[in-house]
Design a protein. Structure first.
Length: 117
């Protein structure tokens, strides 16, 4: 964040000693340390709250994706079931099947092509 060298800290300490005085300097340093600690804890809490919220949003997106995939698989399953039912009962016409043309073979070409029985 800030790049403060040791020499700069020494200059700040000397200025604080001159301005505040030797009697009040330990109390001021203790108070400044406590305030900096509180500020640092506050910043860390905010960072953790933000990261927790980002993970929560990511999990919500993942959950929505899984729900979409689930509904797609269910739809595919019902489509397959409908097709299987059509195949299993070719004589019965379902409402969404194509109408048969008269003279069209219903046994899918497995008729007795002119051979005597």
């Amino acid at each position: 964040m800030f790049d403060i060298a040791f020499s700069e800290l020494v200059v700040i300490g000397i200025v604080a000693l001159v301005v505040i005085g030797p009697e009040k300097l330990p109390k001021v340093a203790r108070t400044v340390g406590l305030l900096l600690g509180r500020a640092q804890r506050y910043v860390n809490n905010v960072k953790s709250d933000i990261s927790r919220e980002l993970r929560f949003e990511e999990l919500q997106r993942l959950q929505a994706d899984i729900r979409d995939a689930e509904s797609a698989f269910k739809q595919a399953g019902t489509d397959i079931e409908q097709e299987m039912q059509k195949i299993a009962s070719p004589g019965q016409e379902s409402p969404d099947s194509e109408p048969r043309i008269s003279g069209q073979n219903t046994d899918d070409g497995l008729q007795n092509r002119g051979r005597p029985d």
